[in-house]
Design a protein around this ligand. Structure first.
Ligand code: GLU
Length: 357
């Protein structure tokens, strides 16, 4: 028998066997089973809910850390605000606490501007122009720009992020900014907007970022007007998101770039591994090594108090709690995500996280 004929015969048999299965079992149970096998929450939704509740109760009175104050607006945000949201790749949602409060996305924006730059230029060009090396320094470090061979370091420190923003296309600053905001909104599956007061507060105090941009210009490592790029970057950091929207943005990454709520492919599938690997390298600034050790999930934090962590193929957890540690990462968010990821066995570096006994 020819190979083609054998394949046709085999396909015919598969159709017959599948048809019998449907007739005997009914279609519905088959579909439900397939969904349950895929979902990280069902069939253990109650367990996941109880783990999130435990973590929330355990840390809700933890008063350690301090709001960021180098951006005056952030110092005034209520430091008791605390929200946790999980969105899975099959769009199941769990929320607890202050999940509707819109906080500034800050550094977490860097992840999505990177995604947009890669969509426009492809990952190789972006890698050449920005790099992906951890700096081991503060997120706004000037010495890192001088010392690192790439100068930009990676897309998640301020220098690399401002350079990434400078790659985004648009005929003028307004068009570039509108492209960025529209892209974030698609990823969130909701219309996002600028928090004007955050933008004003940050624009009045961003001399350090302007200095970084000028330094990059000296090394030919910024790709549009330096001050225009800082201004657009400052706007992107001032975009408001709530914990639920942020979890959905994370779940879109977990779901190969398809927003689980809208079903739209909003980030290119082939770019997702680059985005997640750079989050694993540098998502929590110079706390990234400790985070990989303790949690083992790609994540990104912002000085507004948000952190989003991604369990690829499963979903994302976003936590918002303003007080930060020395490195600029939300204290409570780190503790909650570590607790939940451990209980659910989501550490990516653990073979048992993918079922190996
Ligand atoms: N807009 C902040 C800055 O440029 C972002 C920093 C952060 O969240 O880490 O300083």
């Amino acid at each position: 028998m020819s190979i083609e004929k054998a394949v046709v015969m085999k396909n015919r048999w598969v159709r017959v066997v599948f048809g019998v299965l449907i007739a005997v079992a009914g279609f519905t149970p088959v579909v439900i089973f397939a969904q349950q096998a895929r979902s990280p929450v069902a069939p253990r939704r109650e367990f996941v809910e109880s783990v999130v509740r435990e973590a929330y109760d355990k840390y809700k009175n933890d008063a350690s850390g301090k709001n960021a104050d180098y951006i005056p607006y952030l110092a005034q945000v209520d430091s008791k605000l605390f929200g946790v949201a999980i969105v899975t790749t099959d769009n199941q949602v769990l929320t607890l606490g202050d999940v509707n409060y819109a906080f500034s996305i800050q550094s977490i924006s860097k992840v999505f501007t990177l995604a947009l730059a890669m969509e426009e230029l492809g990952p190789d060009k972006v890698f050449d122009k920005i790099g992906s090396e951890p700096t081991g320094r503060a997120f706004n470090s000037v010495p890192a720009v001088v010392d690192m061979p790439t100068h930009t370091g990676n897309p998640y420190v301020n220098a690399g992020a401002i350079a990434t923003t400078s790659l985004v296309s648009g005929k003028d600053a307004d068009e570039k900014w509108n492209n960025i905001l529209a892209f974030y909104s698609k990823v969130a599956g909701d219309k996002l907007s600028l928090i004007e007061d955050v933008y004003k507060s940050e624009a009045a105090t961003n001399a350090g970022n302007k200095a970084l941009a000028m330094l990059l210009a000296k090394y030919d490592r910024i790709y549009a007007d330096p001050f225009e790029s800082v201004d657009i970057y400052t706007k992107q950091c001032s975009v408001g998101v709530n914990a639920l929207q942020l979890a959905r943005m994370g779940a879109t990454l977990a779901n190969n770039g398809v927003n689980p709520a809208t079903g739209e492919q909003v980030i290119r599938r082939e770019d997702v591994p680059y985005i997640l690997s750079s989050m694993a390298m540098a998502g929590l600034y110079d706390g990234s090594g400790g985070w990989a050790w303790h949690v083992g999930l790609p994540a990104k934090s912002g000085v507004g108090g948000g952190i989003v962590a991604i369990a690829p193929g499963k979903g994302a957890i976003a936590v918002f709690a303003p007080p930060l540690d020395e490195a600029g990462n939300s204290v409570k968010a780190q503790k909650v995500i570590e607790y939940v990821a451990r209980k659910l066995n989501y550490n990516l570096f653990s073979p048992s996280s993918v079922g190996l006994k």
